[in-house]
Design a protein. Sequence first.
Length: 218
Amino acid sequence: MGPSSNALPKATRALADFAATMATGDAGAAHAALRRAKAAGARRVAAEEAALMLMLYAGYPAALEGLRVLNEAWPGRARRTREAGPKAWRAAGEALCARVYGPSFARLVPAVRALHPDLAAWMIEHGYGRVLSRPGLSARDRELLTVSALAALGWPRQLVSHLLGALRVGASERAVEAALLLGAARAGHPAVAAARAEWARIVSAGDRARAGTRARRR
């Protein structure tokens, strides 16, 4: 697979590379990615959101260091967001998570609740509600950044979920593949090969489904 370099807009590509490099602790490469994002016309708030998102899949240390790198590479002052509260976060989180997981959403929450009920609540209320539903980045770009970071970190089960999630929130197949390969280039994990194979299966299954739809319409 080899998507062209313009499968992702330059700003989105640079922010995805920032997420992947910062998730794996490569501050120098993250600096360079932020410089490219700024040159491509990205808003600083989008870079702030990319750094804050690191908390979800790479932990607080990555988010803290990501914001430190941002302040060095792209000086500025972040503004405090006027936040809602748990009830609003829960509603927004359920809505966004349902978009990302589609028909799997009904199974997702019980499955996570079986692992630990608190984690299921945090996933919806904090992850999808308080963090991922914030303004500053679209759901599509957030999913593409998540794909790059998860590919770099080597979490195949979560990666496959977000490959599908990115498609569900409006990313093109070529954009999703580009984000995947961008993260994979920062990795070296055997799990990435499995995720790439799964992506090929996803695309093939989608092609078959679309072909079946066209056949039924004839």
